[in-house]
Structure formats: structure tokens, C-alpha cells
Design a protein. Structure first.
Length: 116
């Protein structure tokens, strides 16, 4: 299943490059597996407590349960055999822990525009 998804995503990128000049993808292995040759690679991060607080506010869940779920997910993703979560070579790290969604977007956009 994972291989099929990789192929689908890679084909999506190829078509988007050809027809639209590019695209934006989001995912934990996007710049290391799907698009290692991406023009821009961002590794967006935040402290796990901040992420848990945001998620609990977003879905109305229990903070402690969500915190434990995120810790387990991160551990699984960082340590999985296939396509583990890691910072891609050349990636720009954006810590959005103290940024709004708009501020994080503007930070990435500023980086992109500065390299045109």
C-alpha cells in the first residue's frame, strides 16, 4: 500500500510540475522520500506540549491523552523501518510553536521569495 501511495504522490508532483510549474506537499516523509529534489524543503516543528494543546483545542480532546498519542506517533515515525521521519538534507527548519498559522505561512513565503 505504501509503495502505491509513493507512486501516486510522485506522479502527482510530476504532473503538477509539467502543467502548473510545481505544487506544495505536506507530509512527514515528503522531502526525504517523495520529493528529495524539491526546490524548497521545510521541516515544520513545535514543542510536543504545544502540539498537544493545539490538537486538544482543535478537536476538544483530553490534553494528556493527546500528548501520549503524539509521543507514540513521533516515536513510531522516527523509528520506523521504511521512510523514517527525519530532517531532509538542505531543509529549512521552521519552529512554529509561537507562531500563528498565518505567521508560519508568511515565514515560509518570505524564504521562498528571497530565493527567487
Amino acid at each position: 500500500m505504501r509503495a502505491e501511495l509513493f507512486d501516486f504522490q510522485r506522479n502527482f508532483v510530476a504532473i503538477a510540475k509539467k502543467n502548473f510549474g510545481g505544487c506544495v506537499l505536506d507530509g512527514r516523509d515528503t522531502t526525504t522520500v517523495i520529493c528529495p529534489d524539491a526546490d524548497f524543503k521545510f521541516f515544520v516543528t513545535a514543542d510536543i506540549e504545544i502540539r498537544a494543546k493545539r490538537r486538544s483545542q482543535q478537536i476538544g480532546g483530553n490534553f494528556e491523552e493527546i500528548l501520549q498519542q503524539l509521543k507514540k506517533r513521533d516515536d513510531n515515525d522516527f523509528n520506523r523501518q521504511i521512510a523514517p521521519l527525519k530532517i531532509a538534507d538542505g531543509a529549512i527548519i521552521i519552529n512554529n510553536g509561537n507562531l500563528t498559522i498565518e505567521e508560519g505561512f508568511q515565514q515560509a513565503l518570505q524564504i521562498i521569495n528571497s530565493k527567487k
